[in-house]
Structures are given as C-alpha cells and as structure tokens.
Ligand binder design. Sequence first.
Ligand SMILES: [Zn+2]
Length: 319
Amino acid sequence: MSKKESQDHNVKKASKKKEKVEEKAPKQEEQVEEKPVQETEETLAPKTEEVTESEEVLDDASDEEVVEEESEEVEVKTNPSEFESWVPKTRLGRLVKEGVISNIDEILSKGYRILEPEIVDYLIPNLEKELILVGQAKGKFGGGSRRVFRQTQKKTAEGNKPKFSTAAVCGDMNGHVGIGFGKSKDTVPAREKAIKQAKLNIIKIKRGCGSWECACGEPHSIPFKVSGKCGSVTVEILPAPKGKGIVAEKEIQKILKLAGITDVWVNSSGQARKKINLIKATFDALKKLSKIKVFDEEQIKSLGIVDGAISQKVEIEKN
Ligand SMILES: [Zn+2]
C-alpha cells in the first residue's frame, strides 16, 4: 500500500506542479504582453499631440515673420542722431569720437580690433546693410522659398522652442565690407545681432583690374584670382573685364556689390545650397584678397590696385 500511496502522492504532486506551471506560464505571458502595449499606448499618445503643437507653432511663426519682414526696411534706414548720445567704452572709440582717427582705413591697416559698432557707424556714415536669405519657408504646399531667417527647433518638456538665425552684410560700396551672424529666440534681436557683428567684422579689400581681356588699370574688379573655403564649399573669385557685372549667385552678389566690386566672375563648388557656408567662403576669399601684399610698384600701377577706399580723384576721373 505504501507504494500505491507514494504513487498517488507523486501523481498528485505532479498534477499540482503542472497546475502551478500552467498558472505561472500564462501570467508571464500576460505580463510580457501587457508591458509593450502600455508603452506603445503611452508613447503614441503624446507624439501625436507634439506633432499638432509643432504645426501650430510653425504656422504662428511664419505669420509673424511675414509681418516683421515688411517693417524691417523702415527700421533699418531711419537712423536718429545716435552719435551725440554715444559714450565710447574703448580707447579706440574715444579716439574716434575726439577726431584723432578720422579714417576707417587707418584702423584696419594698423590691425586694431573694433569692439564697438558705433565706430564703424561714425567713420562710414553711408554704410549700407542687407540681410542674406539663409532660411527657408516650411510651407505645406512645397514651401522652400528663401527667407531671411533660418528657423530651427528644440524639443523640450514644455514644447518646441523655436530659434531664429540670420546673416547680414554691411558695406560702403567703396572697398569695405563685413558679414555677421545672429541667433536668438526672436527675429528682431537675431537681426540686430547679425548687423552688429557685420559692423565689427568689417574688412578693407583690394581692388584693381587683373583681367587680361581688359587691362585698363582701373579699380573696377579685383587684381588677382582668389579662392575661399568653408566646409565643403569652395568659392573662387576671378577678375572680369569692364561691363561684365557680377556673375555670381544672388547672395554672393549682395556681398560683392556692397564691397564695391562691379565686374567679377565667381565659381563655386561643393554643397553650395547651404547659404551660410557659401557666404563664409566668399568672405574668406575676400579676406585672403586683403592679406595679399604687393610690393612691386610697377605691378601696382599696371593692375591699378587700390587698397580700401578709392580716393575722390579716381572717382571724378571715372565720372
Ligand atoms: Zn579693367
């Protein structure tokens, strides 16, 4: 009987174990199944919300942009008498205000660093500013049209934080040019930062006539071929004969026009769709142009090299 009992016990135990195993098994499966379902539900729901939020933000921003762009020109052009209220903070600023330094070329050729944008305003009263189209519209119907502001977004717990960046050029159309970049949470401060930076980055360029087709010896083009680089983009600027105009991409044209160059060829290679790198490469080329030193006086005469502003005599002769 003891054997039978033991067998019975074994059977019972086995059945109990089986039950236990069966009980456990479905539980685990359930747990395994439940977890991903919950996760997906949790993750899916807020994602859809975020998308709708971002769309709303984008629509609002694009509306604001259009309104501000219209009012830009008026704001930039009206310059009240800022100079009287200007209190210089640097030694260079004080020298400029006292009238010790009256020429921007003096500062640039000595290599002083300009730390106040008012110095440039003071010494170049007819400074022109222009914004470069570095951004792109995010429209529903294709979009892609060029905008002044490049808009980027950061995702945070509170929502999407948009940021605007822009690029500005300033120049006197007489041998001086500068570019600057600005980034901010709003469009107006970004633009102001960019213009301020452009003034501080001002350089003087060399002009002349290095074209073998022309060889007139007047400073309407550049004296030699130069190239600049930024990222994958390489920009090559070549002297062109008189009357050719600036043969370049539109945003490069703005820079060269404000620099005071009238006839030039521009080749670009690399990913030139990214306007920021294209602009930086162009400015790099102009910087190199200003650094080239020519000591041979015959060469200076034959190429008609002028460093910085053209003196009034040449302008009269031109007219
Ligand atoms: Zn020429």
